[in-house]
Design a protein around this ligand. Sequence first.
Ligand SMILES: [Zn+2]
Length: 519
Amino acid sequence: MKPQVEIYDTTLRDGSQGEGINFSVADKLRIAEKLDAFGVHYIEGGWPGSNPKDIEFFAQAKKKKFKNARLAAFGSTRKKGVPVEQDDQVRLLIEAATPVVTIFGKTSMLHVKEVLRCTPEENLAMIADTVKFLKDHGKFVIYDAEHCFDGYKLDPEYAVATWQAAEKAGADFVVLCDTNGGCLPVEVAEITKVALGKLNCPIGIHTHDDIGLGVANALVAIKAGVVHVQGTINGYGERTGNCNLTSVIPCIALKMKKTCVPAKSLPKLKEISQFVDEIANMRHNPRLPWVGSAAFAHKGGAHVNAVQKLTSSYEHIDPTLVGNQRTVLISDLAGRSNIVVKAQELGFKVTNDTPELKSILNRVKELEHEGYEFEAAEASLALLIGKSLKKREESFRVETYHVSMRRDVKESICEATVRVRVGDKVHHEVADGDGPVNALDGALRAALVKSFPKLEKITLTDYKVRILDTATGTAAKTRVLIQSTDGKRDWGTVGVSENIIEASLQALVDSMEFALLKK
Ligand SMILES: [Zn+2]
């Protein structure tokens, strides 16, 4: 069944022009496969005329079978003064062998005169010739009207003439582009309505986020009647980015109640967002609407209390609809409800009437005041709750440790010794490492493995240090957050001290303790 709004993904072309984004051909193929499985309708793979990597991408993509999406090659209208059949850039579009070709052309008289430096008539001919040539080669042609809104504001009559030139030459779609990303929703709505009145072919929208309105502008155009929206996963793109598909898709499906991607794909939205970040080697942005880890995180005590009674009280939708989840953050704003919810999540039998609740809450607030943070250190929190409920005996104790570093002309060496007591046994180990924390981790692990062989499998996956500035005038403190894994579970622990080695040891000890908890 034809969706009411088609999704055109340009992560691999417009998105790859974002700062810090660099996809290899293999990356692009993986993302294309994922997008196809997710159910977008078009995947713009690149601009073969702009770089050899994109030519290679299309050569490889030719061999793949896409189930849902049609692959599009992107390019521009022919050069001025060159017959279309002799234009190399246009020839490469045909050679990309995709079912769809998207070309952009100039709408704005300013660009025609100052950038292209050709006559208005020549620009119209460039649009028409190129569209017709691609149609004659059997392509489905999408015409991106560059600077569509700004061009219309400058010279409405000429802008309309450019769109009509594309339509008349056979374009299957005319897409209105807010290329500079600076238009307001009222302008986009108004000009979109004009375009709908002037054209008979279906119309699409392509927006940028320069003033934070990329998604809003796409939505008003859809409301006005366009049936095709272009954007990128996570809003990657030039400058501040493109219209974010991970926002616009759920807005279309859940807020406007129009069909776009298959309904079964919506719960995979967070997954595809994280997948693309992973491939791009970007940190996932916790504040992304809909799919960020903070999108449904509740922190204020009153909010948590209300959400427990009625989830819709502080949530605009059920987070699972887009594959996200509700989380409760523990912090010095925490009320009893946060602790109860969190403790239950961590597997403790705690209710609002548990007598130890007050002392746990006080302890958390005290530690947060000292600089601890439990939002990313749930394992440390679990140990604290366990201790307060007297459900937990200490498995081991670090009696003494020593860390040293020496450096000669050739290398620098860090060495750590640790003395650990396990019951009535004492283990004493030495290890060296790349740095003091690495050496300490090695020595602690070597000592503990003797009594607890399962610790052999534990590895550290992340180590973060933050210097806490103190308004109180005392010496600056260091907070260390460690992320560990045993291959199946991941957990975070925290340590705080004026001494970075001591803070690291606390987080390491908590990590090992947590690994030893039966689960
Ligand atoms: Zn763009």
